[in-house]
Design a binder for this molecule. Structure first.
Ligand code: SAM
Length: 220
């Protein structure tokens, strides 16, 4: 899968791209990531990328012509027909809320473009005429789409072959089909007792059928 991220702050991703499950997926050939800065493609003078909101008000809005120019330069195609060729999502608090179902849908894609906003956001004509849809990572407002892009990528990348040490751990996770869509059971490890706080006895019993039953009963 190839993920392209458009942002005004590509430097935010430096640390993230060094993290193990991403480098694993990249080395395994299941993930490719590219970063593009809108500013590098702006047709406006002095690197301008934003403008004041139509109708007035505080802040600045990333311009549609700037986003379009960046997409056309990278993909070599008219931005108004881009969504017929590839999935393009704007990161926005107004978008469809990211959940495991959506993560699975995204992980099936060969290519994914994420448009990260800043300031008051991206001119709505990008969502209306260029993008496939909008993704929100929750009902709160962050200062930019960089962290949401990383959240999407993190959740998607761990579903790709080679990302995690064990394919099993990706399958048996909260919200997976294996847990019936519920959060998984609580996890414990050694020591079996710490300050009087004990690991449930059944988990130390070695009785796999009982352990499985306990885990099933303690989901959600
Ligand atoms: N004025 C916008 C509003 O009230 O909805 C907030 C814009 S926010 C400060 C700037 C950018 O951060 C957005 O364009 C979006 O890309 C990103 N962003 C902030 N919160 C987000 C969220 N919950 N989900 C996805 N993206 C978010």
């Amino acid at each position: 899968m190839r993920i392209d991220i458009f942002t005004l702050f590509p430097e935010w991703f430096g640390w993230f791209f060094q993290q193990r499950h991403l480098t694993n997926a990249i080395q395994a050939g299941s993930l490719q990531v590219r970063l593009f800065n809108y500013r590098d493609y702006t047709p406006l003078k002095h690197g301008q990328v934003d403008d004041t909101p139509s109708g007035g008000g505080a802040g600045m809005v990333i311009r549609v012509d700037v986003v379009c120019a960046a997409l056309e330069a990278v993909y070599g195609t008219d931005c108004s027909t881009l969504r017929e060729q590839r999935p393009v999502y704007v990161l926005s608090p107004r978008g469809r809320r990211l959940d495991e179902e959506m993560v699975c849908e995204l992980a099936e894609l060969e290519e994914l473009t994420l448009l990260s906003g800043r300031y008051e956001g991206i001119d709505a004509r990008v969502s209306e005429h260029i993008a496939t849809g909008e993704i929100s990572i929750g009902d709160y407002v962050l200062s930019g789409g960089e962290l949401p892009a990383m959240v999407v990528m993190d959740a998607v990348a761990r579903r790709l072959p080679g990302a995690l040490g064990s394919e099993e751990s990706a399958r048996w996770e909260s919200f997976s089909a294996e847990t019936g869509g519920a959060p998984e059971h609580p996890q414990y490890t050694r020591p079996a007792e710490f300050r009087g706080w004990k690991v449930p006895e059944v988990l130390l019993s070695g009785n796999h059928a009982e352990i499985e039953r306990w885990r099933r009963e303690n989901r959600g």
